[in-house]
Design a protein around this ligand. Structure first.
Ligand code: LLP
Length: 415
């Protein structure tokens, strides 16, 4: 069920008219549907039912406190990649004991903070990181639970920029090396290997690559078992894709069933780190049409949201659905929907058929993941406002940035 629906000509976010929200809060505006977030979290919980398991929502997809708080209130764990993300999870009421710490470049201070908070597991991404975690744990007098993020060299069949499980990528450790790393960990009194981890890529629209990766992880699990190293979980990372256009990704249930079909051992817990699948289709970005500009063959619809608000189209050439907030009556015309930023790549969509009218609103669908979390102040534009709709109620979950905020932490020379 879609919580962003037309009723007559008007797009609704749950029980509220999107055009009225845009008028009330201004644009660009991120609108999230609470019911969609809840539904997605429940879909993952349902998919994991009956197994030792943990959902670790990947904070990077959308780290707004209200969203983290909602996830935490539903018992979610979190995949974090920085001290900042862990601090936001804690601030939002999340539990470090349900958090896994991924990332290729963890600083010592970040590892120390995570260990002090009682992080559940640190996913090791390189050989030198082993010694750093060991030293930090020793200094703190704790034993660090760790997993090795292996690079299974599996093609996630997704956009090259968001593919991470091939040997040319910077992520993870090869299988050959991983075995040696586990042996090293086993001899280290400051470390305790609890898991095997991987994350092969994002926006996967088939279960096949993760099944292939799982099979490889299980081989390693067996090898380690034979060496007397007992692992209690495998972490299959995130990566389940969503429908932006005509993609037909598996449901969380189908995806997890495919993984479970390979894992005979019921005592082996399975962790999963969904980001996009949890939040993408729970959010839209609403923008106002400022100018319709016609030049020769080309027609541009210049809107007030740009790559600073939503960078996915500019960065990855991602196709995101753009719809009219109030269905127009005129003829649909071909256009490029472009932002106000001074870059040729500043577009939200090219070659779209829309009914255009200056000062009307458009909405970009699927904007809940890697939308606000990748927003910037480029061109000294203000970070947008975020609201969450719950039935017929709306909550501002982040104020629009103010101009004062823009220079709040800057200093003139000698002052
Ligand atoms: N776990 C790890 C270790 C990750 O690196 C990621 C995403 C996830 C989980 C969550 O993956 P998801 O379920 O969202 O696919 N900015 C790009 C996506 C980058 C993904 C980075 N890692 C985009 O907008 O498409």
């Amino acid at each position: 069920m879609d919580h962003f629906n037309y009723q007559g000509k008007d797009l609704y976010a749950e029980g509220l008219k999107v055009s009225e929200l845009a008028q009330q809060f201004g644009t660009p505006l991120y609108i999230y549907s609470k019911a969609t977030l809840v539904r997605h979290m429940n879909a993952f919980k349902e998919a994991l039912k009956g197994r030792e398991s943990l959902v670790c929502y990947a904070v990077k997809a959308n780290s707004s406190l209200a969203i983290l708080n909602l996830m935490a209130s539903m018992g979610s764990g979190f995949d974090i990649v920085s001290e900042g993300e862990l601090r936001k999870v804690l601030k939002a009421g999340g539990d470090a004991k349900l958090c896994v710490f991924s990332g290729v470049g963890k600083r010592e201070s970040e590892i120390a903070f995570a260990l002090k908070q009682g992080i559940r597991c640190i996913n090791i991404e390189s050989v030198p990181e082993v010694a750093v975690i060991s030293k930090v744990a020793k200094d703190l007098g704790v034993v660090a639970n760790v997993a090795v993020r292996v690079n299974p060299n599996v093609d996630a069949k997704t956009h090259p920029s968001i593919s991470t499980g091939l040997k040319q990528n910077k992520f993870g450790i090869t299988f050959e090396l991983a075995k040696e790393v586990y042996k090293k960990i086993a001899q280290d009194p400051n470390l305790n290997a609890t898991g095997i981890d991987c994350h092969i890529g994002s926006q996967m629209t088939s279960g096949a690559p993760i099944v292939e990766a799982t099979e490889k992880l299980l081989e390693l699990y067996q090898t380690l078992k034979d060496l007397g190293i007992k692992i209690d979980h495998i972490d299959i990372g995130g990566g389940l894709g969503v429908t932006y256009g005509d993609e037909t990704p598996p449901s969380p249930y189908e995806y997890m069933q495919a993984v479970f079909s390979k894992i005979g051992d019921d005592s082996l817990a399975v962790y999963v780190e969904p980001g996009r699948a949890m939040v993408a289709n729970a959010g839209i970005l609403v923008t106002k049409e400022l100018y319709i500009k016609e030049q020769g063959e080309k027609r541009f619809c210049i809107v007030d949201a740009g790559m600073n608000d939503l960078i996915r189209p500019a960065l990855y050439n991602s196709w995101m659905n753009i719809i009219e907030v109030t269905k127009g009556e005129g003829q649909k015309v071909n256009c490029d929907v472009v932002g106000p930023v001074c870059e040729s790549d500043d577009f939200l969509g090219k070659d779209r058929k829309l009914c255009l009218k200056e000062h009307d609103y458009l909405a970009v669908r699927g904007a809940g993941a890697y939308g606000f979390s990748m927003a910037s102040n480029y061109n000294s534009r203000l970070l947008p406002c975020e609201v969450m709709v719950d039935g017929d109620k709306v909550f501002v979950i982040r104020d629009r940035q103010s101009y004062e905020d823009l220079w709040a932490h800057e200093h003139l020379l000698g002052v």
